[in-house]
Design a protein around this ligand. Structure first.
Ligand SMILES: Nc1ncnc2c1ncn2[C@@H]1O[C@H](COP(=O)(O)OP(=O)(O)O)[C@@H](O)[C@H]1O
Ligand SMILES: [Mg+2]
Length: 416
């Protein structure tokens, strides 16, 4: 893709893919450090496609430069769909916050990029992501889900523990594709990078490429008092075993695993001043992720979101608070992830009843009621539905609508 600089203007033409990551960084370096510009225009006017990996990397670098008083102007893509993606994914906000307010995207196909600078930010961002995945991908096994959550936690934690990034990190989960059980998450920071931190404890490491090679090995950490060296190792294992993708850009090096070409580590001419991790995980083969997550030769079973968020301490039941499960209760689009999440929880917690609690839910529409409960009733069958689902604090109107949705499904012969 042609990315080029003309004075203080960096132009992105065509597709901005991960292979082009370094070009705009080189342009920024030339414009700011060499030519001394204090304001830079990022021109995406003729950009036709942009991928989350390189976009988050660029956003992190731009945010760092802005913190050191470089101004940025943004020209959004003329392609309307792409321009909307810039807004929805929060890229427009990160690149030019004065003009672009944070994303209010409420869809369920992706989660906007989220900046985190503290561990409570990080915890919230990870919870939001795993909750969205729980609602987006049907039939996930609990141990696989826990392994994915573990990995996102480790990679985002690394930003706070190691990176010294002045802007913290940015995390994003990209589009869930219909009928594919594949999740991609991306974490970018603008810190000192893996080669520099790892050399603290391993001065024998010469090149940046060797540093990345070492960073994904079991037990390799910059400091045994700070870490155990499992985060990148386990994440790499999970991605590679599930036939996903794993890519790290840091300093003058790049590490990439793809199913087709295996593991490759190479040196780069232009550095990435920070760390970018792109991880794709495939859930298609059940229990594979947990298999892959072996630490010290033993399968590692992390505490998961389902346990912390849904299961009650006495393990008597699972509490599903409707008011926290959707932002609106009016449409099928809002209902679909709620049903997927309920169905996942039913599978993940086989011995438990689920208390579906309607406290503080003002109003549900018939289409929402049908999308969640009408369809779930058909999926499970009457007996399982009655045995497993218990409604709590449900207002009369909502109750009538749920009843009606279920009876209509029954009358229609139970077609989902
Ligand atoms: N975002 C990052 N920025 C800088 N260094 C990092 C980052 N992520 C990982 N590292 C380096 O890679 C090493 C291995 O990371 P990891 O496998 O998560 O183990 P641990 O965090 O337990 O040390 C870290 O000790 C650190 O030196
Ligand atoms: Mg770590």
């Amino acid at each position: 893709m042609p990315v080029f600089r003309d004075n203080n203007r960096v132009t992105f033409a065509g597709e901005f893919a991960i292979a082009d990551l370094h070009r705009p960084l080189a342009c920024l370096h030339q414009a700011v450090q060499e030519a001394g510009y204090q304001d830079v225009v990022l021109d995406f006017g003729s950009c036709t496609a942009a991928f989350p990996g390189p976009m988050l990397a660029l956003c992190a670098q731009v945010m760092k430069l802005r913190a050191s008083h470089i101004d940025f102007d943004l020209v959004l893509p003329t392609d309307l769909k792409l321009s909307r993606l810039f807004q929805n994914a929060n890229w427009a906000h990160f690149l030019h916050p004065h003009v672009n307010s944070p994303s209010v995207f409420k869809g369920h196909t992706q989660i906007p990029g989220t900046q985190f600078t503290t561990s409570s930010d990080q915890g919230r961002a990870v919870n939001r992501i795993v909750n969205a995945i729980l609602g987006a991908i049907p039939n996930i096994e609990r141990d696989d889900f826990a392994a994915l959550e573990w990995s996102i936690n480790e990679v985002t934690d690394n930003v706070l523990v190691h990176s010294q990034s002045p802007i913290g990190g940015i995390v994003q989960v990209s589009t869930f594709q219909k009928n594919r059980k594949r999740v991609e998450y991306i974490v970018a920071d603008a810190g000192v990078g893996i080669p520099i931190t790892l050399r603290e404890g391993h001065p024998e490491i010469t090149s940046d490429a060797v540093a990345l090679d070492r960073a994904i090995r079991e037990g390799v950490t910059r400091n045994k008092d700070v870490g155990q060296g499992n985060g990148l190792f386990g994440s790499y294992q999970i991605c590679s075993h599930s036939r996903g993708l794993f890519q790290v850009e840091s300093g003058y090096a790049k590490l990439s695993f793809t199913e087709k070409s295996g593991l490759h580590i190479s040196s780069e001419r232009v550095p990435y001043e920070g760390t970018l991790v792109v991880a794709q995980i495939d859930f298609s083969v059940p229990h594979l992720l947990q298999e892959a997550l072996k630490i010290g030769g033993k399968i590692h079973s992390p505490v998961d979101f389902v346990e912390l968020h849904y299961e009650q301490d006495d393990l008597s039941h699972v509490l599903f608070l409707m008011r926290e499960e959707a932002m609106t209760f009016g449409s099928r689009v809002a209902g679909a992830p709620v049903r997927t999440r309920l169905a996942n929880l039913l599978r993940m917690c086989p011995g438990h009843r689920i208390h579906v609690d309607f406290s503080d839910v003002p109003l549900v529409s018939s289409s929402f009621a049908d999308e969640v409960f009408g369809k779930l009733f058909v999926e499970l069958g009457p007996i399982s539905f009655m045995q497993r689902i218990e409604f709590r604090n449900i207002p009369l109107t909502a109750r009538q609508l749920v009843d009606k949705a279920i009876s209509q499904r029954l009358a229609a012969g139970g077609a989902a």
